[in-house]
Design a protein around this ligand. Sequence first.
Ligand code: NAD
Length: 218
Amino acid sequence: MVQSSKKIQGVPEPTIRRMPSYLAFAEGLLRKGQQFVSSTQIANYMNIDPTQVTKDLSYTTIVGKTRVGYEVKALVDVLSEFLGFTIMDNAFLVGAGSLGSALLHDSGLSHFGLNIVAAFDVNSSTIGKKFNDIEVFHIDQFRDLSQEMNVVMGIITVPAENAQTVADLMVAWGIKAIWNFTPARIKVPEDIIVQNTTLYSNLAIIFNKLHNDRKEVL
Ligand SMILES: NC(=O)c1ccc[n+]([C@@H]2O[C@H](COP(=O)([O-])OP(=O)(O)OC[C@H]3O[C@@H](n4cnc5c(N)ncnc54)[C@H](O)[C@@H]3O)[C@@H](O)[C@H]2O)c1
């Protein structure tokens, strides 16, 4: 049975970060026709302690059954709803260059509830192009289109030095959340949600571990 998800406020960030992996695992089990999954099985997949899994899932309304665990279909539904994946949010992307166009091509984002409705750029050779059916407009059209479309999120993939100008524009035209892929740290009013994402920090962590391991061997 699917119950509605609990409120997401107050859920620790590490828990939220693990949720998409729980969902991906449960979706895989569902495809294989598995009916129930135990917290130990999830924990083995995640490489974490089963008590952590139980704790994380206690933030949703899923209830495990003694001995059999969680019903897989219910787990998929509850996690999808909990993560907001069943609600589509509209977004604009600014900077349709190498990273921006790759994101426009990623159909996985819509699976995760993100609907990029338009992209913007200043480069005349990019304006008018379509990536994955998403059209690139001149940045000057941002204002008009944001009034027309119900857009809550802005994705910034411009060079770092232009990130603040783009963020200011997004805030001015009513964007509530900004997903910033640039290395620039943008300043926005307190009520605007900002998430900075960079592959390079992860790479730095990998290199740090790799090089430390090498030092230990030497
Ligand atoms: N988060 C990550 O993991 C990651 C990975 C790669 C790149 N990046 C960052 O993403 C950003 C884009 O990188 P890229 O390799 O795609 O660069 P790119 O030069 O290929 O693309 C940038 C695009 O932004 C456009 N642009 C510049 N100023 C603009 C403005 N004011 N308004 C609208 N469009 C504007 C350019 O015309 C260009 O098309 C950079 O800040 C880069 O550091 C982040």
